[in-house]
Write a protein that binds this ligand. Structure first.
Ligand SMILES: CC(C)(COP(=O)(O)OP(=O)(O)OC[C@H]1O[C@@H](n2cnc3c(N)ncnc32)[C@H](O)[C@@H]1OP(=O)(O)O)[C@@H](O)C(=O)NCCC(=O)NCCS
Length: 178
């Protein structure tokens, strides 16, 4: 099957929510990562969908602006692939596209709460070991971080926080930091 990867469009929303309910369950909104997204717009350039030729949704990937140790970073998730199509490389393909775009946009650090067996081979490592703290209940082994630019973690030890600035806008020139 031919799969197209596009930036998420408004007309995709109606298909994304049922896929997220199916893969993560209706209780997903209680997770700590959802607190970090509340009132914050996702990073449109990094939110991707995988579609079949009839534009049926096969997978969705979203990213959000956050602060890590008071400086801008991005939060990966949710990533969900249609259960009938898991294990065929769609998830990794979406991530590859998104990371390339994130680097192009100069994002340096990416945080995820997910399966280390899946994210480890993509370069993620323990965020706890790196000195980062998640503000809420999270399984320590699932809390991971990726340097999108080498050295992005140097001197970055501290708490992951929700972006306090206007929704969807990364702080610039130190604004929102400190
Ligand atoms: C986890 C998920 C996103 C992976 O997407 P996918 O398209 O099925 O995965 P891919 O086919 O791209 O997998 C790439 C590699 O990861 C492996 N892999 C897939 N799911 C895995 C998992 N849960 N744990 C460990 N490895 C996994 C694959 O075997 C493959 O390895 P290989 O390249 O050595 O063969 C998808 O299975 C899913 O939606 N699961 C339910 C929701 C979820 O758990 N989301 C992730 C949390 S943010």
């Amino acid at each position: 099957m031919q799969i197209q990867i596009l930036q998420e469009r408004p007309q995709d929303h109606a298909q994304i929510e049922p896929l997220l309910d199916l893969t993560f369950g209706a209780e997903r909104h209680k997770r700590t990562t959802y607190r970090l997204r509340e009132g914050v717009a996702p990073l449109a350039e990094l939110c991707l969908v995988a579609l079949d030729p009839e534009e049926a949704l096969l997978a969705s990937l979203r990213f959000w602006p956050i602060l890590v140790a008071s400086a801008p970073a991005i939060l990966l998730g949710p990533l969900a692939v249609d259960p009938r199509l898991q294990g065929q490389g769609i998830g990794r393909s979406l991530l590859r596209h998104a990371f390339a775009e994130a680097r192009r946009l100069d994002h340096g650090l990416c945080v995820v709460v997910g399966d280390p067996a899946y994210y480890g081979p993509l370069g993620f490592r323990s965020a706890v070991a790196a000195g980062l703290v998640m503000p809420g209940p999270v399984e320590p082994a699932r809390f991971q971080v990726l340097e999108l630019t080498p050295g992005a973690l140097e001197g970055r030890r501290g708490v992951v926080e929700r972006l306090p600035a206007a929704p969807g806008r990364l702080p610039v020139s130190g604004e929102g930091a400190a």
